[in-house]
Design a protein. Structure first.
Length: 133
């Protein structure tokens, strides 16, 4: 634990852009993919956590959001089939992902945050590939 008067300096990385806070290389039986943790700002300035795995060729293998609807008390009777939402993103690449793919009716700010997180993941992936990883 740091003392109460400690000073922290946040350092920027050249490969971690914008909302991406963590990046992992994942090796599963010789198959390499890349894991990302992204923290975009959603509704009411709430921080969202978006987890993503991109295949070695840059396609989305998996996306998961810790909490898509941050303030569910405002959405009485609203349902979102999260599995269907996530499945609709699988296989998308930087060139095939559209804003409509991440759209969530009634939750535009959260949907925009998810879109931003995924685009940032693609940008970091592009930097990795440019660096030869």
């Amino acid at each position: 634990y740091a003392a109460e008067n400690a000073v922290f300096n946040r350092l920027e990385s050249t490969t971690l852009l914008s909302t991406v806070t963590n990046l992992f290389e994942i090796n599963e039986d010789g198959t390499v993919s890349y894991g990302f943790v992204s923290n975009p700002i959603g509704y009411n300035n709430g921080v969202m956590t978006v987890y993503g795995i991109l295949s070695a060729d840059g396609g989305i293998k998996k996306i998961k959001v810790s909490q898509i609807i941050l303030y569910s008390e405002y959405y009485d009777g609203y349902t979102l089939d999260e599995d269907e939402y996530y499945q609709g993103l699988e296989g998308k690449t930087e060139s095939t992902l559209t804003d409509g793919d991440t759209l969530i009716s009634g939750a535009t700010i959260s949907a925009n945050a998810i879109n931003k997180a995924i685009k940032d993941m693609f940008a970091v992936y592009g930097e990795l590939k440019k660096d030869g990883n």
